[in-house]
Design a protein. Structure first.
Length: 235
C-alpha cells in the first residue's frame, strides 16, 4: 500500500513530467510574474492548452496566480519551489548533439544564460558560481558543512551597504546547484540581497525579457574591487 507521502511525491513529479509545464517553471525562474499569454507564446502552445497546464501547476502548489483585469499573472509559488526546479534541472544530462540549438540566435541565448542569469531572486550561471567561489576563497563564506556566512562575510555585507534581513523565514545562505555549471552558487536571503543590490546599482542588467543578465562596465569594476573577480572573461 502506498503511503500518502509517496502518493504526493508522485503527483509532484507528474506535474514536472510534461515538457510544457517544465518549460513554464524554467521560464518563471526569473522571479517575475508572466501572463498566461506570454507563457503560451514562450512554450509554443495555444491559449486553451496553456490554461490547462497552468491550472494544474497552480492546483499542485508549484505556481501562484493573480488576476488583474483580463490578465492572469503566474509566478513560482516561492523560493523553495525555485530551488527545487533549479536543482532538478541541474541533474538532467546535457542534450545530445542533435538536440542542441541549430540557429545562431538560439545558441547565443543559451550562452547568455550560462554566463549570467537570475535564479528566482539570486545570481546564477558563471557569474553566480564565480562570486560564490571568490567569497569562499576570501573567507566570507564557508562551505565546510553546508553554506554559512563567516563573521567577516557579515561585515562585508554591512561595509558595502548590502542589507541583510534581521529576521526571515528563509535561510540566510544556502547552496543552490547551478543548472548550467553543475557547481553551487549562493542562494538564500543573502544571495537575494546581493542580487537585488547588483541590479539596483546597475552592476548587472537584464538581457531582453528573460533571465539572462549582462555585467555592465560599472559592474566589472565593482566585482573586481569587492571580490578581486575578473568578470570580463568566462570562469
Amino acid at each position: 500500500m502506498h503511503t500518502p507521502h509517496a502518493t504526493h511525491l508522485a503527483s509532484l513529479a507528474a506535474l514536472l513530467a510534461d515538457p510544457t509545464r517544465a518549460q513554464v517553471c524554467l521560464a518563471l525562474l526569473d522571479g517575475r510574474a508572466w501572463t498566461a499569454g506570454e507563457l503560451a507564446r514562450h512554450t509554443g502552445v495555444g491559449p486553451s492548452t496553456i490554461s490547462e497546464h497552468l491550472t494544474r501547476l497552480v492546483q499542485g502548489g508549484l505556481l501562484t496566480q493573480q488576476r488583474q483585469g483580463r490578465h492572469r499573472y503566474l509566478r513560482l509559488a516561492d523560493q523553495t519551489t525555485a530551488h527545487l526546479v533549479e536543482t532538478l534541472a541541474a541533474h538532467t544530462p546535457p542534450p545530445p548533439q542533435h538536440q542542441r540549438p541549430r540557429t545562431l540566435r538560439a545558441a547565443r541565448a543559451d550562452q547568455a544564460l550560462a554566463r549570467a542569469r537570475t535564479c528566482y531572486d539570486h545570481l546564477a550561471g558563471e557569474l553566480g558560481c564565480a562570486i560564490t567561489e571568490a567569497m569562499t576563497a576570501q573567507g566570507l563564506l564557508t562551505q565546510e558543512s553546508g553554506f554559512a556566512l563567516t563573521p567577516a562575510g557579515r561585515s562585508w555585507f554591512t561595509d558595502h551597504r548590502i542589507p541583510l534581513p534581521h529576521t526571515s523565514t528563509r535561510p540566510l545562505v544556502r547552496s543552490c546547484l547551478d543548472w548550467t555549471q553543475r557547481r553551487p552558487h549562493l542562494a538564500g536571503a543573502a544571495g537575494a540581497a546581493l542580487c537585488h543590490h547588483a541590479l539596483n546599482e546597475h552592476w548587472c542588467e537584464r538581457v531582453g525579457s528573460g533571465r539572462a543578465l549582462r555585467v555592465t562596465e560599472q559592474g566589472h569594476r565593482a566585482w573586481r574591487e569587492l571580490l578581486g573577480l575578473d568578470t570580463t572573461t568566462p570562469h
